[in-house]
Design a binder for this molecule. Structure first.
Ligand code: MSP
Length: 635
């Protein structure tokens, strides 16, 4: 079983930021998971080194493009190392062998008259490296990035992309999983409703010399995209393991910004070459900072090193995969990252491990006790059922196969939540009944052993550390997923090795050392901290009395409330189910933000929000010192 996965190759005009890290981490998560499942994986990443963008960056630094590229690649390689990226190869488009293959492909297309020369006039956007037509530009600017475009008229070579338009539409329609997520597929199909032009694939050397010369006309170099896209194929010819046939790729991962180049340019090129298309193209969303595109010039560039140094590599990997459903855009915020560290990693996972190991140390002399199955309870079989067995493996596999990282992690954290509950309610005070305590401790330790396997693709160091502390002297990645999640793998009598705290808690407030992006991303740059009284007055805060409260089925956190605010009874959904039981809320007087746009949470409408504050342990709702009437304005 083979699996070939790629990231885009990154431009070497600048250093990598969190957006580049995002695609690469996602590809790493899939690669590690596939290897665990027994696949032989070829995971490719690399750098895109030709073209105007890189040429310009080199000139600005007083270097030749080649010198510049050579000096930049370690920024990528070192970051991937620090992020524990397990790529099997790193391609550079300046590799001799890549260049040779690009030239062979171009020659073939030219010989078959699929590339032709003609005169061309159009508008060119340097940062995006692409031409636009008169109709497409907007007020002299690029419709994509908004920067000024240049008018260009010249003789050029064209790939007859238009000839493959119908074939491509048919292919996408017949292969519904070719472009994912579905919304992106529909965008591409929408784009293909308009006539597809031919693709200009050359640049005259006098205008741009930094590129691969066309084999049939050395006065021109290849358009950077054509050179870059071929990397996915060329790498299979000189960088892939075992000299086997690795084309077509199983999965191209990319950001939504470069979906057209992949789904239209690359697919039609492959059709023209009579080569199979990649099996899946998945376009993920973009990370913004305060809703804005990240860039050095805006000063909101999020440097992954800063966060890895502060919080550790696995916290960053976890945050990227957990915070935003893969496919959607997300806003990067340091505060959100710290919250995740404290709640999911320190509180939920970290505590579960330290709690379990400390009880084993105290009551079982640091040895894993035996499992005594007869004296069991429902909670235990639920944990067992959720973690091991073919149904769990299938459910997890389907989430991973569809790149639903966010849901895969919530699936695991739901079990961690249950295990913490089980630990809290079953373990410490069962000492009198030796069998039950042993049983509980075995369940927790064995559950943690399996949890470590599930989280390993996302957080390889943490997964392995859990095994080490449980006293398992094996490498997770030397096992097979399906076998190793079978219940009962942990041997009784194993000596545990309590080690470092998995995730120390971090301060959630803004730190002075948080510069630029971090402060901004939390919306708390100095200027933004202060609001006027008029702005405050926009909030309509009302006293509300809780009349009714019930848990929302299938949700760990949400409670549905009916709140009397004098003039009406409002339905509000609040994330307090882990801190309150519904009954104790009835009759409480709370503060409601009554003019908040309504929203749906787990399908339940919420019209307003109640104010609350978080302590380390729980969320506490704001109430009043003395009796106040529902509907009174809070000022
Ligand atoms: N060199 C081309 C790709 C050629 S692939 C044959 C290129 N390079 S790039 O360096 O500009 O960035 C490529 C990828 O980085 C994007 O597609 C995306 O995967 C990732 N990201 C860059 N910025 C991003 C965000 N702000 N957010 C999420 N990912 C983004 O385009």
């Amino acid at each position: 079983m083979k699996f070939y996965i790629t990231t885009p190759i990154y431009y070497v005009n600048d250093i990598p930021h969190i957006g580049h890290a995002y695609t690469t981490v996602a590809a790493d998560v899939i690669s590690r998971y596939k290897r665990l499942c027994g696949y032989q994986v070829f995971f490719l990443t690399g750098t895109d080194e030709h073209g105007q963008k890189v040429d310009k960056a080199a000139k600005e630094r007083g270097k030749t493009p080649r010198e510049h590229a050579d000096s930049m690649i370690d920024n990528f390689k070192n970051l991937w190392k620090k992020l524990n990226i397990s790529n099997d190869a790193f391609i550079r488009t300046t590799d001799e062998r890549h260049i040779k293959i690009v030239r062979e492909i171009l020659q073939k297309l030219f010989d078959e008259e699929k590339i032709k020369s003609r005169s061309y006039s159009g508008w060119y956007c340097v940062p995006d490296e692409r031409f636009w037509t008169e109709k497409e530009i907007m007020g002299g600017n690029c419709p994509d990035c908004g920067r000024p475009v240049e008018h260009i008229e010249e003789e050029n070579y064209f790939f007859e992309m238009s000839k493959y338009q119908q074939q491509l539409i048919k292919y996408i329609e017949e292969n519904p999983n070719y472009i994912l997520p579905e919304t992106r597929k529909n965008e591409v199909l929408g784009f293909l409703e308009k006539p597809l032009g031919d693709l200009c694939i050359s640049r005259p050397k006098e205008r741009l010399s930094w590129g691969i010369p066309l084999p049939f006309d050395e006065n021109y170099v290849t358009y950077v995209w054509l050179d870059a896209l071929v990397n996915y194929y060329s790498a299979t010819k000189y960088l892939a393991p075992n000299g086997e046939e690795w084309w077509p790729a199983d999965q191209h991962l990319l950001g939504k910004d470069i979906l057209t180049t992949h789904s239209v340019y690359w697919s039609t090129m492959l059709m023209a070459l009579d080569m199979p298309l990649p099996k899946k193209i998945y376009a993920h969303g973009w990370w913004t900072v305060n809703g804005e595109k990240m860039s050095k010039s805006r000063g909101n560039f999020v440097d992954p090193h800063e966060f890895i140094n502060k919080y550790g590599v696995d916290a960053v990997r976890y945050f990227l995969m957990r915070e935003v459903p893969f496919g959607l855009d997300g806003d990067f915020s340091a505060i959100a990252l710290r919250r995740r560290i404290n709640s999911d990693l320190a509180n939920d996972l970290g505590n579960l491990l330290s709690r379990t190991l400390n009880i084993i140390k105290k009551y079982r002399e640091g040895k894993i006790p035996p499992e005594i199955d007869s004296k069991d309870n429902e909670m235990k079989s639920e944990i067992k059922g959720l973690l091991s067995g073919p149904t769990s493996a299938r459910a997890f596999d389907s989430l991973m196969g569809n790149l639903q990282f966010h849901y895969a992690l919530s699936f695991i954290w739901n079990i961690i939540g249950k295990m913490n509950y089980y630990a809290q309610n079953s373990a410490p005070w069962r000492e009198k009944d030796k069998d039950i305590l042993s049983n509980t401790l075995y369940t927790l330790a064995e559950g943690l052993r399996i949890i470590a396997v599930y989280i390993y693709p996302f957080m390889p160091e943490t997964g392995q550390e859990i095994w080490n502390q449980l006293g398992i002297n094996e490498k997770i990645d030397e096992n097979k997923f399906k076998e190793v999640i079978e219940w009962g793998g942990l041997k009784p009598d194993t000596n545990i090795k309590i080690g470092r705290q998995l995730f120390p808690r971090v301060e959630e407030k803004i730190e002075i050392s948080d510069k630029g992006a971090m402060a901004e991303s939390a919306g708390l740059s100095e200027e933004k901290q202060l609001i006027s009284i008029e702005e405050f007055a926009k909030l309509d805060l009302r006293v509300g009395e809780i009349k009714h409260a019930e848990r929302i089925e299938k949700s760990k956190k949400l409670i549905k409330l009916k709140v009397d605010i004098g003039t009406e009874e409002r339905q509000v959904v609040a994330g307090i189910a882990e801190s309150y039981i519904p009954e104790e809320l009835i009759g409480k007087k709370i503060i409601l933000v009554s003019n908040l746009k309504s929203a749906k949470l787990m399908g339940v409408e919420s019209k307003g929000m109640i104010l609350a504050a978080g302590t380390n342990e729980r969320t506490v709702i704001a109430t009043f010192e003395a009796d106040v009437k529902p509907g009174a304005k809070v000022k």
